[in-house]
Design a protein around this ligand. Structure first.
Ligand SMILES: Nc1nc2c(ncn2[C@@H]2O[C@H](COP(=O)(O)O[C@H]3[C@@H](O)[C@H](n4cnc5c(=O)[nH]c(N)nc54)O[C@@H]3COP(=O)(O)O)[C@@H](O)[C@H]2O)c(=O)[nH]1
Length: 899
């Protein structure tokens, strides 16, 4: 299988692998062709040049011979003249002594007489028997030409020097033959023209005479006189001058071929021959040719090696590409089924090697789909063509960084420019060879989920404001910024006043509406850069920064407080609510989130304690107050466990007669250190901490026990009313507790009355309605306490079927102070009577108030004018007194009653 794959790979890439050897073979062939043709051309030029040189040198040699022969000619003319004038008495020795034949080349100068015998001579060694000289003598004797003739030497004995004889006819009167003058010159003298520089070491010089008879011949230093000749066969010279290549093996004694040039002397019967050795000429160029050949061989070897290396590299490259492609294909196939986009990208570089773009070379179907294309459409596309210029620059920087470091990964939000149709992506870039393997994952859904989770985690679902979680993350950063910028930061802790009432009395839907309205109202009075946070319940926080002075958060707090003075409206109804605001400042009141929040909360609490609806800055002493409150809470819990509470009773009497109609049970805390503590101090804390439930149960228990005790003492059976807080109602099963308690102490239901504040029973909460009905069904009377301070209407009271209406002492107090107070009181009494309810005036402190109440037909009164709340032990005395009005008033009453 593997072999089959390899074979397929080879087949696929054969062209790419063999391209280099083929290219190199072609280059080598070209190189060799060029080299051989150059050598051939060189040889041709060399031959042409050699032939020209030989011809030129032969001409120069001919000139040299002409000049030499002319000298000899002149001397011979001189001798002839002297001979003919001397009438046969000339002695050549005399002429020699006079310096005429001093030149060394003249071996012998002779005059031969008419019989051919020497008459006078410069030497006795003349070779007058030479066959060639004899021939010349005969010629001169038979021809009356006076021209100079040349006789080439015969081949003589080896030890003899060869002599060339120059001869001239001598004459007497009437041109009669008188002998000849012979100038014999050493043949070698004619070849002194030889110059190694121009003819080389094996150059040839030769002089031919008539019938091509060789006068002298010389090859290099070797002058062939005496001894053999340079020639082994006669040259065929078919023109007066010329040049030709002469094959050495046939013509020359040294067998070397030569380029031979020849020139006939015009004035004398001589031929000058020059030969240049071919071997010598070639040898000077042979080095050039061999170095050319060496270069060509080196070039060929280089090409061979290059082809080999290139083939190996091509094969390896192809193999790597093949493997990379296989890996790519495998990866693509593997990623084909996934949701991730996979891309192989090639880095495109400029001449300086700088990356200028990337090109898609492969991708999976999903990857192409991200760009709205199919795979074939995306391959070969450049990255730059898929997005705008600015965005491409950003991408290029990231991709180049990945090329540099080998890896890059991030999550990023995509713009429209990206060309990818997704909102968020995770990309992973891994360097792979000369490019990048890029994986893109669409994480839009995940990001959306994260965003929603983040929204949920950081926002309040009801109001849309940031929540506590967000605040706790945001505050440390904001504090750091403030610290770095050396400015202040203000934290406003806002707690709604009366919100619990709305929630408790009008239901959670109303409470939710209120919170939404509060949120938008807060935002409306703040700048968009200020942060509003809902901490939870009815608590809000506002962060202001930068802040220079306290005056700024003070102004904001004032604006908020003012905004809350306007009523809230929903479902066509008006709702009033306030806000208490505590302010802490960074860094003065704390340097961390927790401290700033805690101190703003303390300041807010201080505002609440001081009457609500206002703002205050944190001060360290507020903390002391909070601590006192905390200690009170602890003490209250302990008091409940240790039964430190007692009930005092305040009578309620008939307005006219002063007869005790009922008693209100009012709890008192007998503190082990502080003595008697007012419920006005601890009831609100009990309400806030939830201790009111246990306290309420205890009051119920003590009241029933007391009724039972008085009954046991056989005192008149008078009802006792107990105060029940809203929390007790909302805790549920109040009627059950009351019923159990009555049963436990065997007390009649009509001896127990329940006072509930107006605000506790407000709203449309069915649970309260049902609870009230159930209590009433037990036979227990229901009293509306503190009427006039809340927002209940009489019609609502009618629906709840309340028995007694207790008008708050604020209105009793107004009775004798203003006409409006009296009118208001009268209206309530009238309406309550119309609803068949008994009216009680609370807080009656004076005779004048009593008189007016009688006038207004108020049924019962309660107040310090009758009696302060007193311990249970004092009640029997009051009971026995029967009429509790001051004596004079009681008698008035008696009178009135009687009347
Ligand atoms: N849930 C419960 N609340 C209780 C209970 N016991 C008392 N309370 C509530 O505490 C508040 C303060 O009560 P207290 O200090 O006892 O004051 C009562 C009277 O002393 C006072 N009063 C009565 N007559 C006059 C008067 O002529 N002038 C005047 N200045 N004060 C007067 O009024 C208080 C009774 O008020 P009310 O209940 O509204 O009739 C107070 O709100 C109590 O309700 C308890 O057991 N449970």
């Amino acid at each position: 299988m593997g072999q089959l794959k390899n074979f397929a790979f080879l087949k696929e890439n054969l062209g790419f692998i063999l391209v280099w050897p083929l290219l190199c073979a072609a280059l080598a062939a070209l190189l060799w062709g060029q080299t051989l043709s150059t050598i051939k051309e060189d040889k041709r030029l060399l031959k042409d040049s050699a032939l020209k040189d030989a011809a030129t040198l032969s001409r120069a040699y001919a000139q040299y011979l002409t000049r030499t022969t002319e000298q000899i000619d002149q001397i011979s003319m001189h001798v002839k003249y002297d001979w003919e004038n001397s009438h046969g008495h000339l002695r050549l020795e005399d002429l020699r002594q006079r310096g005429l034949f001093t030149a060394s080349q003249f071996a012998v100068v002779s005059i031969l007489g008419r019989d051919g015998k020497p008459i006078t001579s410069t030497s006795t060694n003349g070779r007058w028997q030479d066959k060639a000289l004899a021939e010349q003598f005969n010629f001169h004797r038979n021809n009356n030409s006076s021209a100079l003739r040349v006789a080439m030497p015969e081949t003589g004995a080896a030890e003899e020097k060869r002599l060339v004889h120059f001869t001239r006819r001598l004459e007497r009167e009437e041109d009669a033959f008188d002998g000849i003058v012979v100038l014999s010159v050493e043949a070698a003298y004619l070849s002194t023209f030889y110059d190694e520089q121009s003819l080389g070491k094996n150059g040839l010089l030769a002089v031919l005479g008539e019938k091509n008879k060789i006068g002298t011949s010389r090859i290099g230093d070797q002058i062939n006189d005496p001894g053999g000749q340079a020639f082994i066969s006669e040259l065929v010279l078919d023109a007066d001058n010329g040049s030709l290549r002469v094959e050495g093996s046939n013509h020359f004694s040294d067998r070397q071929s030569r380029y031979v040039g020849w020139q006939n002397l015009r004035a004398y019967p001589l031929i000058a021959i020059v030969g240049l050795s071919e071997e010598e000429l070639l040898s000077t160029h042979r080095n050039d040719w061999s170095s050319t050949r060496r270069y060509t061989i080196a070039g060929s070897v280089f090409l061979l090696l290059f082809a080999l290396v290139a083939s190996i590299m091509s094969a390896r490259l192809s193999w790597r590409k093949h493997q990379a492609r296989e890996v790519r294909d495998t990866y693509r196939l593997a990623t084909e089924g996934t949701d991730d986009g996979f891309y192989m990208m090639n880095a495109l570089r400029d001449l300086q090697g700088q990356i200028i773009d990337f090109q898609f070379i492969d991708c999976n179907a999903r990857g192409a789909e991200f760009f709205g294309l199919n795979r074939e459409e995306l391959i070969d596309v450049k990255l730059s063509s898929l997005q705008g210029e600015a965005y491409f620059k950003v991408l290029l920087a990231i991709y180049s960084k990945a090329m540099e470091t080998g890896f890059y990964e991030d999550e990023y939000q995509l713009s429209k420019e990206s060309g990818l149709n997704m909102a968020w992506a995770r990309r992973r870039l891994v360097r792979s060879g000369s490019g990048l393997a890029v994986t893109i994952q669409d994480i839009s859904v995940k990001k959306e989920n994260e965003r929603e989770l983040e929204l949920l985690a950081n926002h309040d679902g009801l109001t849309g404001l940031h929540n506590r979680h967000w605040l706790l993350n945001f505050l440390p950063d904001a504090i750091s910024k403030a610290s770095a910028g050396q400015h202040k930061l203000a934290l406003l802790f806002i707690d709604l006043d009366g919100f619990k009432n709305v929630n408790d009395t009008q239901g959670h839907a109303a409470g939710d509406n209120m919170l939404k309205s509060v949120a938008s109202r807060l935002q409306s009075v703040l700048r968009p850069t200020d942060n509003v946070i809902r901490l939870g319940g009815d608590e809000f926080v506002v962060i202001l920064q930068p802040v220079e002075r306290d005056s700024k958060p003070a102004r904001v707090a004032e604006r908020i407080a003012e905004a809350f003075q306007q009523p809230f409206w929903w479902a066509g109804e008006k709702h009033q609510i306030g806000a208490s605001i505590g302010i802490s400042m960074f860094p003065r009141d704390g340097e961390d989130s927790e401290t700033l929040l805690k101190n703003a909360d303390i300041a807010m609490y201080s505002v609440k304690a001081a009457g609500k609806g206002d703002y205050d800055f944190f001060r360290p002493e507020l903390y002391a107050r909070l601590r006192a409150r905390f200690e009170l809470e602890q003490a209250l819990m302990q008091a409940l466990e240790q039964n430190q509470f007692v009930l005092h009773y305040q009578p309620r009497v008939d307005t006219l007669s002063g007869e005790m109609a009922s008693m209100e049970a009012l709890v008192r805390w007998i503190h082990p250190e502080r003595g008697l503590v007012s419920p006005a101090e601890f009831i609100p804390i009990a309400e806030n901490t939830g201790l009111i439930l246990r306290l309420g149960d205890m009051v119920m228990e003590k009241a029933c026990a007391q009724i039972a005790a008085w009954k046991a003492m056989q005192l008149p059976e008078l009802p006792v009313s107990i105060n029940v807080s809203a929390k007790q109602f909302h805790a549920g099963k109040l009627h059950q507790k009351l019923s159990d308690c009555l049963r436990k102490y065997n007390v009649r239901a009509d001896l127990l009355e329940v006072e509930i504040t107006e605000s506790s029973m407000m709203g449309e909460d069915n649970a309260i309605m049902e609870e009230l009905a159930a209590i009433r069904a037990l036979g227990i009377k229901l009293l509306v306490d503190d009427f006039g301070t809340g927002y209940s209407s009489l019609s609502q009271l009618q629906r709840l079927d309340m028995d007694i209406l207790k008008i708050d002492r604020v209105f009793t107090n107004e009775l004798d102070k203003s006409a409006e107070g009296k009118i208001f009181f009268k209206a309530i009494v009238s309406m309550a009577h119309a609803l068949d309810m008994t009216v009680v005036a609370e807080g009656v402190e004076s005779n004048a108030q009593l008189a007016l109440l009688r006038e207004l037909n108020c049924d019962e009164i309660q107040g310090y004018f009758i009696s302060r709340p007193v311990p249970a032990e004092q009640i029997p005395a009051l009971m026995q007194k029967l009429l509790l009005l001051p004596d004079d008033l009681s008698s008035d009453a008696t009178l009135l009653t009687a009347a």
